[in-house]
Design a protein. Structure first.
Length: 237
C-alpha cells in the first residue's frame, strides 16, 4: 500500500516489521508506544519535506478597513509559501514582511487605506496569531489566496488515517525498535526506509524540474507589473 492507511493497520505492520507478534491484544503498552513512535515519525518526515499531496490553497475575502484576519484553519502557518491577491482581473503576488517603512508610506494606524494589499505578516493581536495585511483594504470583496502545506490530520484513534506513505513510516519505526533491542537487522531496515523516502522525494523533485509551462512568466516575474493602486485616507467627520 502507500498513503491512506489507518493507525491501527500501521501498528500491526510495525509489529510484524520489527519481528513482534502482530496480534494487538497481546501487549497494549507496546501498542501505545508504537502509536507514539508512528506519530513522531510522521511529524518528523512532514517537517523535512514539502510533500506535494499536502499542498493546498485557502482564500480570505478582505473587508474594507479590516487590518487583521484569522489564519486559515487547515493551513500550517509556518508552511505558507505564497500569498496572492485578486485585483484587476488577475492574481498579484503579495510579499511577506511589514515594517515601519511601509507604515511611513501608508499608515495603517491612521486608518489609511489602499488597494490592492501588497504585504502580509503574522501578528499576535492579544487573542492569538493573526494575519496582518498592508495596506488596509479600501474595498470590499477582494480575495487573498494563501498557498502552502496543510496541517497533518489527527493520528490518535485506530481509525485515523496517516497522511504519509505506510512503508516509509513503518520502516523507520521498525528500525528504531530493532535498534533499541540491539538487533542487527536494524541497519538493514533503516536503509530500506531511507531508500523508500529518497525514492518518493526523488519523484517529486524530478517532476518539478521537468515541468513545462505554457502560461507565460512565473509569479515572481510579474512583480514589476502591478495594476494601478488606489489610496484612501479615512478621517473622522
Amino acid at each position: 500500500m502507500a498513503r491512506g492507511v489507518t493507525l491501527g493497520e500501521l501498528v500491526s505492520q510495525a509489529r510484524i516489521a520489527a519481528g513482534r507478534d502482530p496480534n494487538p491484544a497481546l501487549s497494549i503498552n507496546v501498542n501505545e508506544q508504537l502509536k507514539q513512535a508512528i506519530r513522531q515519525e510522521q511529524e518528523r518526515l512532514y517537517d523535512e519535506f514539502d510533500w506535494p499531496f499536502l499542498k493546498i490553497t485557502s482564500d480570505k475575502t478582505l473587508e474594507a478597513g479590516s487590518r487583521y484576519y484569522d489564519v486559515p484553519a487547515d493551513m500550517n502557518l509556518e508552511r505558507i509559501s505564497k500569498v496572492d491577491v485578486r485585483y484587476g482581473g488577475r492574481w498579484v503576488p503579495v510579499q511577506r514582511g511589514i515594517s515601519l517603512n511601509e507604515y511611513n508610506v501608508v499608515d495603517s494606524d491612521a486608518d489609511a487605506r489602499m488597494d490592492p494589499v501588497q504585504r502580509w505578516d503574522v501578528r499576535d493581536t492579544g487573542t492569538g496569531e493573526q494575519i496582518e495585511v498592508w495596506p488596509v483594504p479600501a474595498s470590499e470583496g477582494i480575495v487573498l489566496r494563501f498557498s502552502g502545506i496543510r496541517k497533518l490530520g489527527p493520528l490518535i484513534a485506530n481509525s485515523d488515517i496517516a497522511d504519509l506513505d505506510d512503508q516509509m513510516l513503518v520502516g523507520f519505526v521498525a528500525a528504531e525498535l530493532l535498534a533499541t533491542a540491539k538487533d542487527a537487522a536494524a541497519s538493514t531496515k533503516l536503509a530500506k526506509a531511507k531508500s523508500r523516502k529518497d525514492m518518493l522525494q526523488g519523484r517529486v523533485v524530478k517532476t518539478r524540474n521537468n515541468r513545462l509551462s505554457l502560461l507565460g512568466p512565473r509569479d515572481d516575474c510579474e512583480r514589476g507589473r502591478r495594476p494601478p493602486l488606489v489610496a484612501y485616507v479615512v478621517r473622522d467627520a
